[in-house]
Design a protein. Sequence first.
Length: 249
Amino acid sequence: MTVPDPLPGWLTAAGRVTVLTGAGISTDSGIPDFRGPRGVWTRDPEAEKLSTLRYYVADPDVRRRAWRERRRHAAWTAEPNPGHAALVDLEREGRLRALLTQNIDGLHQRAGSDPGRVLELHGTVHEVECLSCADRTAMQEALARVDAGEPDPPCLRCGGILKSATISFGQALDTAVLEAAATAAADCDVFLAVGTSLTVHPAAGLTDVAAHSGARVVVVNAEPTPYDGIADLVVREPISTALPRLLGR
Ligand code: NAD
């Protein structure tokens, strides 16, 4: 449950590591997770509605609240932490097969991970998308409209409902991104799941894909996950100190 010393040989020798990150890697950057002990939904179960498409589409109050929450989202000022940096080092060593993230905060790219190798399974909060015409624009432009007095700014092209370009409950993942993620999960010697409760599918199921393909599975998460039983190594220490050590920094 703590980072083993010495590290297992199969980990230090791994040349193709596929990493799946979740909200837990960004809590040390000041962005709360959803389901951890101090998570947004743990403290306020009603907040889950803001991430559920049918409530968002049906209820202007939900949208107005969602825009207020976006306005003060921690992602605008958060800085990457040593956990993100350890994954940049892994990539520079040529050992990263792919970086799959459920996070929408863009901190992997800010830390220096190659944007072309980061697969954002749940989209990004840095853009907005029209639910009618799929037009994409910058989040900061939409937030400027909120500041200027539009509590629920409509699409400037077609008048449709705008939402952050993230995957809400009830929305399908991008098929191409999911397929690329599954390929990377099936093609690695170590699958490292970091800071995710591994309860949101299909992202969590990538762990099964990796395990069935013969990869060693490492889970780094403060709380138990449904995949601990099949993991070759489970680490419960805080990510920003555990991950650099696990990756030999
Ligand atoms: P989750 O909230 O379900 O689980 C996060 C897990 O991380 C928890 O089990 C918690 O115990 C653990 N954790 C938190 N901080 C930790 C730390 N410092 N060290 C070790 N463990 C720590 O997150 P999820 O599985 O990613 O699923 C939530 C969904 O919400 C995802 O779809 C994600 O896109 C989204 N989300 C993203 C962000 C972000 O982009 N930073 C933030 C909140 C939610």
